[in-house]
Design a protein around this ligand. Structure first.
Ligand code: DGP
Length: 140
């Protein structure tokens, strides 16, 4: 466990957190900088910096826990109208804490949350080319 990892310190209990769920593999607790009230983080107890380092079994479990948190959030009385699941990998993709985590973010009709992805429609040639590269990489 890296001693400078905030989430590892939360998991071991040496930093305070507001826990909503815990089992042998995962911990879910409130984000200290919530995008909206009820914003939860789901983390593996074992330290993995990014998704690509983590085994699929742990990943599947984290997603199951996130689904359960999402369902509980909707039934909790916080009265959210929708949710976003967000998972950032690498500083260039907004990851600030280098311990894998899944954000479960409640959304409220008319809330002020804004994300600008700057999407542009791609040509079929580009889509086919990118798909080919990823497909080949998945087969290796
Ligand atoms: P990300 O950008 O995906 O790495 O998000 C990291 C999140 O972690 C961010 O929303 C704020 C949250 N966070 C950072 N430090 C702490 C902390 O000490 N406690 C808790 N509960 N959350 C933290």
């Amino acid at each position: 466990m890296p001693s400078d990892c905030i989430f590892c310190r939360i998991i071991e209990g040496s930093l305070p957190s507001s826990i909503v769920y815990e089992d042998e593999i995962a911990l879910a607790f409130m984000d200290i900088m919530p995008i909206n009230p009820g914003h939860v983080l789901v983390v593996p107890k074992k330290h993995f910096r990014e998704l690509s380092e983590m085994d699929e079994g742990t990943g599947a479990h984290l997603f199951c826990v996130a689904m359960r948190v999402e369902r509980a959030l909707r039934a909790s009385g916080l009265q959210c109208d929708g949710t976003n699941l967000l998972q950032n990998n690498g500083p260039d993709a907004w990851q600030e804490v280098m311990h894998v985590h899944l954000h479960v973010i409640p959304r409220f009709r008319g809330d002020e949350v804004k994300v600008h992805f700057g999407q542009k429609e791609a040509s079929r040639a580009h889509l086919d080319s990118w798909a080919g590269k990823i497909k080949t990489s998945m087969e290796q």
